[in-house]
Design a protein around this ligand. Structure first.
Ligand SMILES: NC(=O)C1=CN([C@@H]2O[C@H](COP(=O)(O)OP(=O)(O)OC[C@H]3O[C@@H](n4cnc5c(N)ncnc54)[C@H](O)[C@@H]3O)[C@@H](O)[C@H]2O)C=CC1
Ligand SMILES: O=C1O[C@H](COP(=O)(O)O)[C@@H](O)[C@H](O)[C@H]1O
Length: 260
């Protein structure tokens, strides 16, 4: 990807996992509604950092002009976020980004979806067994959304907006149902979190592949190669050439490295 890449939500947790490892690999444009301090730009110049809300059509049109790709992360990430917030930040904001991307002739958009788009598959009958490494239950991205909450509804809506802009405007879209991103170790003493752990380096690698690979419309799961898992990463491997390096089984339940 030689053209500039717009990274929305660049100042947040996922944005930092990506930028801290890939700052030198792309001609980034960073966008966040909060100013991004120098230490969180990782060498990207201030002139390439835009302070704007993703619901601001004019600002997003300007931000995306000339870009070849967008990684769209900006939004309210709280599983308990209220409807008014996810409606504005996650649904309206995502529609604004997809629409502006199409108008600007952007080639591909990687959209940060979530495990909460499908959280209701975790029924009382299946849990906690499905979080364990001896259970073979898998979601693979072909299943219908079954959101956990209104935040999950907003993420399913983003996936559907991506489908719409792919089908009607030929935009290449990959929706990454991100699991649980933590730095340095998997979520501590949390079976579900350890089954859907996404390490920082696997996160950066996965979004790098989203920028490099060829695809039309895809839904993939964004987790590390955990022994415990109920999300298949086969599609991400096949389509994106995703090759994760981390596995929550290399840590104790308390989150300490097991060592050799
Ligand atoms: N952290 C995780 O484990 C997971 C994150 N995700 C998704 O990944 C994306 C990023 O999440 P995090 O980095 O964890 O959240 P975060 O809250 O750390 O970062 C989000 C960033 O987006 C910005 N932002 C929020 N609303 C905005 C708006 N209307 N306009 C412009 N900027 C806005 C915030 O200022 C913040 O810097 C979100 O869409 C979230 O739903 C999905 C699954 C798991
Ligand atoms: O989508 C998200 O999911 C992760 C994991 O969910 P949790 O309910 O197990 O915490 C969450 O940490 C993150 O904030 C959210 O954006």
């Amino acid at each position: 990807m030689d053209d500039p890449v717009l990274l929305t939500g660049a100042g947040g947790r996922v944005g930092q996992a990506i930028l801290s490892r890939l700052a030198d690999e792309y001609d980034w444009r960073l966008l966040d509604r909060e100013p991004i301090p120098a230490e969180r730009r990782h060498g990207v110049p201030e002139s390439a950092s835009i302070v704007a809300d993703v619901t601001d059509e004019a600002a997003i049109a300007e931000a995306v002009a000339g870009c070849g790709a967008v990684i769209h992360l900006a939004g309210d990430p709280r599983p308990n976020a209220p409807w008014d917030s996810v409606l504005a930040n996650n649904i309206d904001g995502t529609q604004t980004v997809f629409s502006a991307a199409v108008d600007a002739g952007v080639e591909k958009v990687a959209f940060a979806s979530s495990n909460h788009a499908v959280g209701a598959y975790e029924t009382d009958e299946r849990t906690p067994e499905m979080y364990r490494d001896d259970d073979d239950y898998r979601l693979d991205g072909t299943e219908l959304p079954r959101p956990s909450n209104l935040y999950g509804v907003s993420k399913a809506s983003g996936e559907t907006l991506g489908r719409y802009y792919h089908d009607h405007a030929d935009l290449d879209v990959v929706c990454v149902r991100i699991g649980n991103l933590t730095e340095g170790h998997p979520p501590r003493e949390y079976e579900r979190g350890q089954a859907m752990w996404l390490s920082h380096r696997d996160c950066a690698h996965l979004f790098d592949r989203c920028l490099q690979a060829d695809y039309g419309y895809e839904i993939v799961y964004g987790i590390s190669d955990n022994d415990r898992k109920y999300y298949s990463i086969d599609r991400a491997k096949a389509v994106l050439d995703y090759a994760p390096q981390d596995n929550s089984a290399e840590f104790t339940f308390e989150g300490e490295p097991k060592g050799e």
